[in-house]
Design a protein around this ligand. Structure first.
Ligand code: MRU
Length: 344
């Protein structure tokens, strides 16, 4: 992605360090973070310095590479097992994280007892995982762009952009490609309370690319459907089940129901790493519950009644019946067929 005219990935590995764009600072500041231990990478994922399903998948993979480089010879396997557990436990909903971590773990273990080689393989496997994720996202962008009519007005939720992935994005990759095709699109960006990934990150990315857009409050979506100003919805996903149910940022479900009620298509865009073939249905997806402080405080200032508790689920489930199609690197599929295609 281009930021201030320079090409960046969201997360990458260089000279024994994991580097990432600090997403808690955007749009007000652009800063990079560097980590040399897997424990630091785990903290960065938990605190959402890096966030978005494919991006945390790559961060987890690179974290495992750091773990392999630091693992003592006499307990190489145990050290990697411990790192795997610590990295995966940082955020429970996005399956990409487990898939990235597990890929590096298994790749390195194949080369025991040649430990120098196993360490080298861990670094290579993490890079390979990240590259594949970026390629998938570009591929699905061009495939999804074929669904976009000239002049389309698109609603998106959260940040499913380059920042949420290694590069290009998922929903935003489709939007970027349609814009590059000169389709004259307009994007409604739901602000995405409480962490404002839409208002901060999606709006930032769209502005960098010169894509016409406006931020709306999460509750304004219904109004713009009612005004017939939304032609379709595209979001990303944090996990896609075998039956086509998906988990994505809290508030996605109500956008899908609105689209259904107004007879507008609702698309989900995702790379292969977001499919969980061991998960039968939405009810089986663990939903991350975050701190109530995220709801009750903004910029360190209390905004809610101090004595009231707040509930903060980070994701919700959208049932397959509300999803028109899943945009993948291999084509657009019905929600039920999208996962089965990988299985077969
Ligand atoms: O809590 P976040 O910011 O990690 O949530 C991110 C999302 O919900 C995205 O929509 C999702 O990861 C898919 S986009 C690549």
């Amino acid at each position: 992605m281009q930021i201030n005219g320079k090409e960046y990935r969201t997360v990458w590995f260089d000279s024994g360090q994991v580097l990432m764009i600090d997403q808690n600072k955007i749009p007000h500041e652009f800063a990079l973070k560097e980590y040399s231990t897997y424990q630091e990478v785990a903290t960065a994922i938990r605190e959402m310095t890096v966030r978005g399903a494919p991006a945390i998948g790559a961060a987890g993979a690179f974290g495992m590479a750091l773990a392999a480089l630091a693992a003592p010879d006499h307990k190489f396997r145990a050290h990697l097992r411990h790192a795997r557990q610590e990295l995966i436990s940082t955020r429970p909903t996005a399956i990409d994280l487990s898939i990235g971590v597990q890929y590096v773990y298994e790749s390195a273990l194949k080369f025991i007892p040649d430990l120098p080689h196993a360490r080298q393989v861990a670094v290579l496997a993490a890079g390979e995982f990240a590259n594949k994720s970026a390629e998938d996202c570009l591929e699905l962008g061009w495939i999804g762009a074929e669904l976009i009519q000239p002049g389309a007005r698109i609603l998106t939720h959260c940040n499913a952009g380059a920042l949420a992935t290694v590069d290009h994005g998922t929903a935003l990759s489709v939007i970027r490609c349609a814009h590059k095709q000169g389709k004259n699109i307009f994007v409604y960006v739901a602000e995405t309370r409480p962490r404002l990934q839409g208002a901060r990150l999606t709006a930032f990315e769209l502005e960098q690319e010169g894509i016409p857009h406006a931020i709306i409050t999460d509750s304004a979506g219904g109004f713009y459907f009612w005004k017939k100003e939304i032609d379709l919805v595209i979001t990303g996903a944090d996990r896609i089940c075998l039956n086509g149910d998906i988990a994505n940022k809290i508030g996605t479900y109500e956008k899908a129901v609105l689209a259904h009620a107004h007879k507008r298509p609702f698309y989900v865009a995702a790379p292969d790493s977001t499919f969980d073939l061991s998960c039968a249905k939405g009810e089986d997806i663990p939903i991350e519950i975050r701190s109530e402080t995220e709801i009750k405080r903004i910029n360190g200032k209390d905004i809610a009644n101090p004595g009231s508790p707040a509930l903060n689920p980070a994701f919700d489930i959208t049932p397959a019946k509300y999803i028109t199609g899943i945009i993948t690197p291999k084509g657009v599929f019905s929600p039920q067929k999208a996962a089965q295609r990988i299985q077969s």
